[in-house]
Write a protein that binds this ligand. Structure first.
Ligand code: M6R
Length: 606
């Protein structure tokens, strides 16, 4: 969490940094700050405030003098509340510093270096700045090297020294930093999206290497001062796609981009009408020889894993676990060299997922990461990577990342079925034919967004809501409920509909909104009778139902008909409808859809 930016070059830095920070606000938006160092006058300006980057922009408007070197930060509070003092950058003597991560031993360091009197904030970050300042005797490398040897925890540190004009220093452990030549200078950021439209290639700063950004050069050194080659990767995301376009919120734009993102995710993996993962480098024997599959992931990505579990069990007749990455290694999971671990993550930086993956690999498991952000930590840690082609996802609530994860998992399961001799050519073709229809079926739902908007208007006053379904319907409702609660603040529970009567049905009262999804032929009759059970307790039921299903004569508050596909592929149109529902409820409640309270998009703390 937290977003970091740095720029040194020939252009004015303030707007450049503010624009990039805005693109990083998805990583946290409790406070924002900016420090510039004027190479000619040696003057330092430090501006920071609780609130959004836009508030910081207001403060910076008064600044007249132009600087061409600076660092910025947008914060998700961990140590210390949301306040001006706790905002980054922190300045201690000659050191200006921004930080992403958590330094676990900051209290010990305070005592060890007797820093109590000089600290103005409650943050772990200011402690690091103070230690660095203590150890700084004019040699930045020596001070950085000595400082990081004291640190326990995760960190991306970006530093300016008052007497080192036009140079920015950076070092990291786990938390990401990428860098690029950009806009007549060089730039670093927590994420590629913030590197500026001029950047064509980027590099991932290796852990425990010191990076120096100069106006014309990016240099890397190990902790012994030995220079290292910098390796660059092409930026193949269209960074202009990171704008909102004509949409009021990124979330709507990203929902609408799904059919294209899904097509792009499929197309590179279909060769001569067959699923082909050779471009991903995933060998068939890994898919053939594993005896069990285990997903480690968090939040939405974990929900994508739950859909895959239903597929793996039904198509491959294989045992599969889906674990919260944050719980995984504390539960003594049964993992061995016959286990295939799938680490699913949009950002590729979620620390719980990263640590769970490392744990599984130590136990001998093979691993495939399903990732959206190229070169991210989880991608680098995994044996193989399948990238989703979602492009930049800025809204905190995941939408296109989820559906492209689903597409990728469907492709993986299809290939596994083939190499394990479960699919013959005809079965593979039929499976792929259905998958290829998913984008257009989703588009049909998106084309009816105004009908879903009408349904959303009926839910604005709800305090609690339920979402009920069975089998795959239940799996996607877990994600639908997460979407609704995180962006609308309506407490929403997804329930396996047959389970309600074992306790939770006590919460259903007159007019409780219940969203029911009915798309699975073999479960339809049971799902419909579960719906009647809640209706008899007064619930107001919105039904999302597969086209062609006979509803008998029951009455519903609203019915939305989902375009029909083979049952297991109904997750695609149904997900789109649930995403739109959450989006419109949030928008009509006047909430900040893209930046729900208390959240950050990239969760780099355990
Ligand atoms: O970047 P990741 O996919 O690893 O993030 C995991 C979760 O934090 C994430 O999926 C989160 O649940 C969604 N943004 C919620 O919409």
């Amino acid at each position: 969490m937290c977003g970091i930016v740095g720029y040194t070059g020939r252009e004015s830095v303030t707007d450049q940094i503010l624009d990039s920070l805005e693109l990083l606000e998805y990583r946290g938006y409790d406070s924002a700050g900016l420090a510039t160092l004027n190479g000619q006058t040696g003057k330092i300006k430090l501006r920071k405030c609780a609130g959004r980057v836009n508030d910081l922009r207001g403060i910076c408007k008064k600044d007249k003098k132009i600087s061409t070197c600076g660092i910025g930060h947008t914060r998700w509070a961990t140590h210390g509340g949301v306040s001006d003092e706790n905002a980054h950058p922190h300045r201690c003597g000659d050191v200006l510093l921004v930080h992403n991560g958590i330094v676990e031993n900051y209290e010990e360091l305070k005592d060890h270096f007797m820093l109590h009197k000089e600290l103005k904030s409650q943050t772990d970050t200011e402690v690091v700045a103070a230690v660095l300042n203590r150890l700084y005797q004019g040699d930045p490398h020596e001070a950085i090297r000595k400082t990081v040897q004291y640190l326990k925890g995760t960190f991306a540190l970006v530093i300016m020294f008052a007497d080192q004009p036009d140079i920015i220093y950076a070092i990291r452990n786990v938390s990401p930093i990428v860098a690029a030549y950009s806009g007549n200078g060089t730039m670093l950021a927590s994420d590629v999206v913030a590197l500026g439209a001029a950047a064509k290639q980027y590099m991932v700063v290796p852990e425990y290497m010191i990076m120096e950004l100069h106006k014309d050069e990016i240099k890397l050194f190990d902790l012994n001062g030995k220079p290292h080659q910098t390796e660059f990767i092409d930026i193949d995301w269209d960074t202009t796609r990171s704008g909102k376009g004509n949409y009021p919120f990124y979330m709507e734009k990203e929902i609408m981009e799904q059919p294209d993102a899904m097509k792009a995710t499929i197309e590179s993996r279909v060769v001569d009408g067959r699923i082909d993962l050779s471009a991903d480098g995933v060998p068939d024997d890994v898919l053939r020889d594993c005896e069990r599959v285990c997903v480690v992931a968090c939040g939405t990505a974990m929900h994508a894993g739950l859909v895959a579990k239903v597929l793996v069990q039904s198509k491959l007749n294989m045992y599969m676990d889906v674990e919260y990455a944050s719980e995984f290694m504390y539960e003594d999971p049964v993992i061995d060299d016959k286990t295939l671990v799938l680490a699913i993550s949009q950002s590729g930086e979620t620390i719980d997922t990263l640590e769970a993956l490392k744990y599984a690999r130590r136990k001998g498991a093979k691993s495939i990461a399903v990732i959206n952000v190229k070169g991210s930590s989880i991608a680098r840690e995994s044996d193989y990577v399948m990238y989703t082609a979602a492009g930049p996802e800025i809204a905190v609530a995941s939408t296109k990342a989820y559906t492209t994860q689903l597409i990728t998992l469907f492709l993986l399961v299809g290939r596994m079925a083939k190499v394990r001799g479960i699919f013959d050519d005809a079965a593979e073709k039929e499976y792929l034919k259905n998958l290829l229809q998913a984008p257009e079926k989703m588009q049909e739902v998106l084309d009816q967004k105004y009908d879903i908007h009408k349904i959303a208007r009926e839910m604005l006053d709800a305090k609690d809501a339920f979402m009920i379904g069975r089998g795959l319907d239940y799996s996607i409702l877990l994600e639908g409920a997460l979407k609704l609660k995180e962006v609308s603040y309506i407490h929403t529970e997804a329930y396996a509909s047959g389970e309600l009567k074992h306790g939770t049905i006590a919460l259903i009262t007159e007019n409780t909104p219940v969203v029911a999804v009915v798309t699975q032929t073999k479960l339809k009759d049971k799902e419909l009778s579960n719906i009647r059970e809640v209706q008899s307790r007064g619930a107001s039921v919105v039904l999302l139902v597969k086209d062609g299903f006979d509803l008998a004569d029951a009455e519903y508050a609203d019915v939305f008909t989902l375009p029909a596909m083979a049952d297991e592929f109904m997750v695609f149109p149904a997900s789109a409808a649930l995403q739109l529902l959450a989006y419109y409820v949030s928008m009509d409640k006047g909430l900040d859809v893209d930046k729900p309270r208390n959240l950050a998009k990239v969760v780099t703390v355990e």
